[in-house]
Design a protein around this ligand. Structure first.
Ligand SMILES: Nc1ncnc2c1ncn2[C@@H]1O[C@H](COP(=O)(O)OP(=O)(O)OP(=O)(O)O)[C@@H](O)[C@H]1O
Ligand SMILES: [Mg+2]
Length: 239
């Protein structure tokens, strides 16, 4: 399942729901019910996408909710409560976050088992990365001790440019010891822009292309980490 926890609703729109503000049931309504201590019917808001994923969509109302979260009791765990309602139905739940480090992102980090950090090979993105890593450590210490970082994903990479190469090398040398930098790198491609505009995934839009191939490789790397973690958890249980 995919959860759009970004008030800009880019994920919702990228999947073809081009007018998210017209959707009657979105993440913000559910989170508001949880804040108000009302029963939350999460399944009512879930959209079944024709590519075989479910989506919990968002829209601009989520930005109003972010402000209301500040005064809520258990303000960090509202999204977790929401996910707990439906998580038994899914193998994997992916939460798409905003680049800002507000209450919604804290909620996502509090609910997650692990984090993937996409970053572009630009100086400013690399700076944002440092801030995000600090927030992840803080959430790990204070709210969610089980939180792991699966890795850093370099995206919109222009492989032949010096700046791409330099920043990728800088990220690897600065964090590579502590954090996995995925082997897969998502190349910059107009096909990705077109897929977004068409409201399709890159697999539906350009299956044989290099962006789809890179995402497939990335998916394999993430699945490997998941398997290793499962085995580790099993071993811990036996011990
Ligand atoms: N590999 C790519 N190559 C070129 N353009 C891309 C690629 N991936 C995404 N884009 C384009 O970049 C824009 C932003 O993409 P996306 O929403 O995935 O990024 P984001 O980091 O989540 O953005 P935001 O920070 O606003 O949430 C979209 O218009 C999308 O089409
Ligand atoms: Mg985004």
């Amino acid at each position: 399942m995919l959860i759009d926890a970004d008030a800009q609703a880019n994920l919702t729109m990228s999947l073809g729901y081009s007018r998210p503000d017209d959707l009657p049931n979105t993440l913000s309504a559910i989170m508001q019910d949880i804040i108000d201590d009302k029963p939350a019917d999460v399944s009512r808001s879930i959209l079944h996408h024709n590519e075989g994923v479910d989506l919990l969509p968002s829209n601009i109302e989520l930005s109003g909710l972010e402000v209301r979260l500040i005064n809520a009791i258990s303000r960090e765990s509202v999204l977790k409560t929401c996910i707990n309602e439906v998580k038994k139905n899914y193998d994997t739940v992916l939460i798409d976050c905003m680049p800002s480090l507000g209450m919604l992102t804290i909620n996502a980090l509090a609910a997650a088992d692990s984090v993937v950090i996409p970053t572009q090979p630009h100086y400013l993105s690399a700076k944002g990365l440092e801030l995000l890593l600090r927030s992840v450590s803080k959430v790990k210490r204070q709210i969610n001790p089980h939180l792991r970082i699966d890795g850093i994903l370099m995206t919109m990479v222009m492989p032949r440019t010096n700046i791409s190469k330099e920043i990728t090398a800088t990220v690897k040398s600065a964090y590579g010891q502590r954090i996995k930098v995925f082997e897969a790198q998502i190349p910059h491609s107009i096909r990705a822009v077109e897929a977004t505009a068409e409201g399709k995934s890159i697999f539906a839009y350009d299956k044989g292309g290099k962006v789809a191939a890179a995402y497939e490789q990335f998916g394999k790397e993430v699945a490997e980490i998941g398997e290793k973690q499962k085995n580790r958890n099993r071993a811990d249980c036996i011990r």
